[in-house]
Design a protein around this ligand. Structure first.
Ligand code: F6P
Length: 359
């Protein structure tokens, strides 16, 4: 292994730059040449490359975002090209393989969520020496205890809840905070417990508004004139409303149609007469500096990704198991999202704390 490349794919999150820095530092220790790929897999198709060294990777530990850039939608196996004003999908994986050979890249590190790591897995099946690093604020990747980015997102959400508490209390209002989590309620669950929420609504537990209102009324009876509700963007009512679930937070479509938290808020206000307000945290959860815990995890993942390439552990992903970084097959890590299981200890503990899940 003489020359490695690194790319960031999918939605960004705090800690991506910390991984890049760790990759560069570790690879430099082995005397490797390091190339950064710009804008995810698209860069591998179009040859958007940039050399990385200790100087270019300096000052990155605390910086949010990714210096390499990223995109959500450029899958080389199913690549959109415009022809005569029409979109056509084509397989560019062969070109990527040929490009990597031409550029004499011996190993690739893909830092991404389920989508990007599934692409990495498919390239490994074509024979590419590739390793993965798990990122996502949603913490919904299988085969690792936790992904980097999650702790930073939870920290941002808890800060928002602390702020909402004081204004909710002053105005005797019901405050809803909508957090990210299209398929999994991990951010809502962790932030809700740490931020003292009264109700947490997650995609895994369909809600009824009546049950949410019951929780608000119980607080009123006990003399608490305000309530805090955390809603994951993918939450759905009993009976299921999947159109809401697919809306991207902060997207024009979501604003037009009203996200799930707006629907819940309108029903609460209508049925209780209590003033109810909604805050959608959206992409604030993805921006800014990583927390110390995420810097540490991202750095450890970066070190291990290089070591995995050096020891020939291809087609695998760095993962946190207990306190240790291990490597797991990409086949095991991809294709099945880790949602909050019904027997999750945290759920039971939250219920003991008096938190309602609207069920
Ligand atoms: O997958 C991570 C995630 O943060 C989701 O929680 C959220 O629904 C989505 O990305 C938002 O994506 P985009 O950046 O495309 O708006």
């Amino acid at each position: 292994m003489k020359h490695i490349a690194v790319l960031t794919g999918g939605g960004d999150c705090p800690g991506l730059n910390a991984v890049i820095r760790a990759v560069v530092r570790t690879a430099s220790g082995y005397g490797l040449k390091i190339t950064g790929v710009r804008d995810g897999f698209k860069g591998l198709i179009h040859g958007h490359l940039t050399p990385l060294d200790l100087a270019s990777a300096s000052g990155l530990l605390h910086r949010g975002g990714t210096i390499l850039g990223t995109t959500n939608r450029d899958n080389p196996f199913h690549y959109a090209v415009k022809e005569g004003g029409e979109l056509r999908y084509t397989d560019m994986s062969g070109q990527v393989m040929a490009n990597l050979k031409r550029w004499a890249i011996d190993g690739l590190i893909v830092i991404g969520g389920d989508g990007s790591l599934s692409i990495a897995r498919d390239f490994h099946r074509l024979g590419l020496p590739v390793v993965g690093v798990p990122k996502t604020i949603d913490n919904d990747l299988s085969a690792t205890d936790v992904t980097f980015g999650f702790d930073s997102a939870v920290t941002t959400a808890v800060d928002a809840l602390d702020r909402l508490h004081t204004t909710a209390e002053s105005h005797h209002r019901v405050m809803l905070l909508e957090v990210m989590g299209r398929y999994a309620g991990w951010i809502a669950l962790h932030a809700g417990i740490a931020g003292g929420a009264d109700v947490i609504v997650i995609p895994e537990i369909p809600y009824t508004t009546t049950k949410i209102i019951d929780a608000i009324n119980r607080r009123l009876t006990s003399g608490k004139r305000f309530s805090i509700i955390v809603v994951a963007e993918g939450a759905k009512p009993v009976g299921g409303d999947y159109t809401v679930q697919r809306l991207v937070p902060g997207s024009h479509e979501q604003i037009r149609l009203g996200g799930v938290s707006h629907r819940i808020a309108a029903e609460i206000e209508e049925q209780t007469g209590l003033e109810t307000r909604v805050t959608i945290l959206g992409h604030l959860q993805r921006g800014g500096s990583p927390t110390p815990r995420d810097r540490l995890l991202a750095s450890r993942f970066g070190v291990h990704a290089v070591k995995m390439l050096m020891s020939g552990e291809f087609g695998r992903m760095a993962a946190l198991h207990g306190g240790d970084i291990v490597s797991v097959p990409l086949d095991e890590a991809t294709g099945k999202l880790k949602t909050v299981p019904p027997d999750c200890h945290l759920l039971a503990e939250a219920r003991c704390l008096g938190i309602s899940f609207g069920d």
